[in-house]
Write a protein that binds this ligand. Sequence first.
Ligand SMILES: Nc1ncnc2c1ncn2[C@@H]1O[C@H](COP(=O)(O)OP(=O)(O)OP(=O)(O)O)[C@@H](O)[C@H]1O
Length: 349
Amino acid sequence: MNQSPNKNWTPLHDQLHKTLRQRKLLPENQRILIAVSGGQDSISLTKLLLDLQSKWGWYLAIAHCDHRWRSDSEANANYVKNLATNWQLPFFLAVADRVYQSEAEARKWRYQTLSKIALESNCQYIVTGHTASDRAETLLYNLIRGSGTDGLQALTWQRPLTENSSLLLIRPLLEITRSQTGDFCQKQKIGIWEDSTNQDLRYARNRIRLELFPMLRQFNPQAELALAQTAEILSAEVDYLENETEKLLEKVTRMDIDIDNLNISELESQQVQYINRLVLREVPLALQRRVIRRILQKVLPIHPNFSHIEKLTNLIDAPNRSQTDPFPGGAIAKVRHPWILLFYIGNRE
Ligand SMILES: Nc1ncnc2c1ncn2[C@@H]1O[C@H](COP(=O)(O)OP(=O)(O)OP(=O)(O)O)[C@@H](O)[C@H]1O
């Protein structure tokens, strides 16, 4: 890219410009709401987008959510407000009506609030400052908790935020590390609001960042980037597999074989999910497991784990009349060639 006349232009500007162009994340002339916490990542994102604004013709605005969690929450909000004023950007503040008990609850409120502000101000995009470092940490965290490959996708470039509107959440900094945003703020002489809870080792995420990652860097100084790239590769693979699973699921559960001769009166009070073993036998194990997991998600009262999925997958090749011991919630699966019959009580949907 040609050198910009802006003397503060940096390689990070070039990198983001390239990412936006290649991935088509934020098209020209769109209205964009930037979620700004006041930390180095979202501040860097705001400054970078502001500097790129004239090239892309965007409308930009800032939103900050005050969770009222910390004693300095209001000062934090004022800090972001002043920044918006200095940069001549419209500013929206939302203050939580109550103090949410868990991080998950607070996050839910934040995304709902940001969506509302975006819709009211006619913005089609909300952008956040999630970085490659966040992606690497999420990947590790999910890996340790055994979330399977879907959890390993770990933060995607974009996702829809609401069901009935086209509002999108975009994370443009997923190839930029936290140390890069730190350097950027320092060199651009932009102050940041340090969130004191980021140092609190009672939070698992902080321990991963402050204790685990320094160790991992001893094995590979680029550990964060390596993990973030792995998340990127897995993300595309999971998308592909999920598409295939969706198509297969329809075939596997379609009732196009005569089932009249199956004696299922023994469990009349229960519901039955039919699973076509002949179709499943023709596909790779990776897809068998995915289809089985999707069926169990619908039927079990809890999230199916590895052993639940294996138990049912094993019936694909098991002798006729084999059956499993009960799953949580009492569901039982029986083989009645060519079907697996999964008897269960109630329905999660
Ligand atoms: N209080 C806030 N107000 C506005 N935006 C925020 C706020 N907190 C976080 N964000 C946005 O979310 C991004 C990620 O922040 P952070 O990692 O602290 O949140 P998280 O809750 O861990 O992430 P996630 O939202 O993915 O669960 C920030 O870069 C910023 O864009």
